[in-house]
Design a protein around this ligand. Structure first.
Ligand code: FAD
Length: 554
């Protein structure tokens, strides 16, 4: 990616075919598809890339077994189609960035034979709908086999488990990989730039987005022939900018997750808690060295703060603990995050839990704004394909074929599962760091290590004991438009999800590298570190944890 200042200049002087508003999964997917079809495309993101819903997912690439259950029990063809399409996309997502995504076996513990039959039939149906895209077939495991795989399961009531497959991924880095692929294909991106209004031609059609640079306050215009609104939970707000008074289309639902140490569970297998008190499912999944537990599902508004609350953490632990020999406690939580699902409102659904995760491409005729509503991470590519088909029709262009279904993302070139061994051999890094870099950056890990080769202080770990190194900070700033300490720790390196304590401890070193990159004054550096540490301290306090980390002076 270009340096922000250069990218901004480029945008001000160029006219585009398409301007995509929003740099989450949907916007990144749309931008890549459009650019690959030959449309000159720019993407504008109000915060950091993937800062909203797209880094707050359960990290599953799935058709959704719960949606399948709803499809069957309510004979809902719409839900069935969503599951079927998502299962096709699941395979493509795994294939297109293998360093960021992998198949995963999940186990459903059952306490009675009727439950075993119920889930056995359900998962066979899931396999059947997957067709040739099935990852591996579902199967029944006896009580003994289940306990061998997951010794932490409560043995007394257990009859057996049903194991089935889905995919899992690193959502924030997948989002960045989409954007790297987009910019490599010639697209322009800018983060921390909000669309705050539109300019129209004599017929009321959008011709210009008015943009505010959130870092400098500078305002400028971006000219394009078509505009896609891919702002997730903020979609109604941007629709309103294009056509004041337009009917709101979204209902929002908050979901919280917590992370716990892997050894608290003593298993590397994923668990699906099949029924919560409010009729939902909860996942407990090994993810990048932690157990990720989620999620809650509560109607929300844009005014709600997206933080994990104490009662939400307790809800997740309560339901998980029903299945565990040694109950987990709140004090074992190492981090957490929350996000809001942008769901398309439906006339008859009572709660957000019942809303279909289907997407819709809406073209508002009086302004021409194309909004992509709803959907889920797993279907980002299909959503983009539909949206760019609509753009091409609107621009009265010949339809260029969509090529994203078999388009490998940046970092996949030359990457194999043992790529990390090459990093150990060629750069002399330890195997933990090599594995970490290979998992986060794919074959682009060599670019991170090239920086460390040139500037030896960048070889240092980001914090004592972490596989992350300081070169990732410099790479984040120079190549991925990271602008804040949180951009680096939450979405570039992922340390904030691994451990709030480690992330706070890393903040001064990260701040110091960023100060060098951006020429921050000592005061600016101190403020940036303090702001970050205070934010994480508050996140911990909100769920009743007392931070051990105390910011040292300077
Ligand atoms: C708790 C939870 C769990 C989930 N789990 C899964 C899962 O396991 N698997 C799955 O497939 N899906 C899952 N999803 C759904 C998935 O995460 C979302 O569907 C997807 O991330 C939505 O992406 P998006 O790009 O539409 O929205 P976002 O990621 O929210 O992106 C929208 C972007 O638009 C930007 N923006 C807003 N206004 C403006 C403006 N005026 N100008 C410029 N930019 C603007 C925002 O800053 C934001 O970054 C989950 C969602 C939640 C909340």
């Amino acid at each position: 990616m270009k340096n922000r200042a250069v990218a901004l200049q480029e945008m001000e002087k160029t006219g585009f075919d398409l301007c995509v508003i929003g740099g989450g999964a949907t916007g990144a997917g749309c931008a890549l598809d459009a650019q690959l079809r030959g449309l000159r495309t720019v993407l504008i993101e109000a915060g950091d890339f993937a800062c909203a819903t797209s880094s707050s997912s359960t990290k599953l690439i799935h058709g959704g077994v719960r949606y399948l259950e709803q499809a069957v029990s309510e004979r809902d063809l719409g839900q069935y189609q969503v599951v079927k399409r998502a299962l096709r996309e699941r395979k493509l997502m795994l294939d297109n960035a293998p360093f960021l995504a992998n198949p995963l076996e999940l186990m459903v513990p059952c306490f009675s034979w009727p439950e075993i039959y119920y889930f056995r039939v359900g998962m066979k149906l899931y396999d059947w709908i997957s067709g040739r895209n099935v990852l591996f077939p579902s199967r029944y495991l006896s009580k003994e086999d289940s306990l061998r795989r997951m010794p932490m399961l409560k043995p007394d009531k257990l009859v057996g488990t049903i194991a089935y497959a889905d995919g899992q991924f690193d959502d924030a880095r997948y989002n960045l990989a989409l954007l790297h692929t987009f910019t490599k294909s010639g697209g322009e991106v800018l983060n921390y730039a909000s669309v705050v209004g539109f300019g129209k031609d004599n017929n009321g059609q959008l011709v210009q987005a008015q943009v505010r640079d959130e870092l400098s306050g500078h305002r400028f215009a971006v000219y394009a022939k078509a505009f896609i609104n891919a702002t997730g939970p903020f979609t109604d707000g941007v629709r309103e900018l294009a056509k004041p008074g337009v009917r709101q289309r979204l209902r929002l639902s908050k979901g919280s997750h917590i992370l716990l140490p892997l050894d608290a569970i003593a298993s590397n297998d994923a668990l699906l808690v099949p029924k919560t008190d409010d009729g939902r499912v909860i996942f407990a999944i090994p993810w990048l060295g932690r157990f990720l537990v989620g999620t809650t599902d509560e109607e929300a508004s844009l005014h709600d703060e997206m933080v994990v609350k104490q009662e939400e953490a307790e809800y997740l632990l309560k339901h998980l603990n029903r299945y565990l020999v040694h109950p987990l406690s709140k004090d074992q939580i190492v981090s957490g995050f929350a996000g809001v699902r942008p769901l398309v409102a439906s006339g008859n659904a009572r709660g957000t839990k019942e809303l279909i995760r289907e997407h819709e491409v809406e073209i508002e005729p009086s302004s021409g704004l194309i909004s992509v509503l709803g959907g889920k991470w797993t279907t980002y590519r299909a959503m983009a394909e539909d949206a760019i088909n609509a753009v091409q029709k609107r621009l009265a262009m010949p339809l260029a074929p969509c090529i994203t279904s078999r388009y490998r993302l940046a970092g996949s070139e030359g990457w194999e599962p043992d790529f990390w061994t090459k990093l150990v051999r060629d750069y002399g890094v330890c195997s933990n760091t090599a594995r970490h870099l290979s998992q986060k950056f794919g074959s682009a890990a060599t670019k991170v290590l090239d920086l460390a080769d040139k500037e030896s202080q960048l070889k240092q770990p980001i914090v004592e004991g972490s596989p992350s190194i300081l070169a990732e900070v410099a790479y984040g700033v120079r190549e991925e438009m990271a602008a804040t300490i949180e951009d680096v720790l939450a979405r570039r390196t992922g340390l904030q999800l691994f451990s709030w304590e480690d992330a706070m401890a890393a903040a001064p070193a990260v701040g110091s590298i960023m100060a060098g990159e951006f020429r921050w004054s000592p005061g600016q550096q101190k403020d940036a570190v303090e702001e970050y540490v205070n934010k994480i301290t508050r996140l911990m306090q909100l769920i009743g944890l007392r931070p051990r980390h105390v910011l040292s002076a300077g």
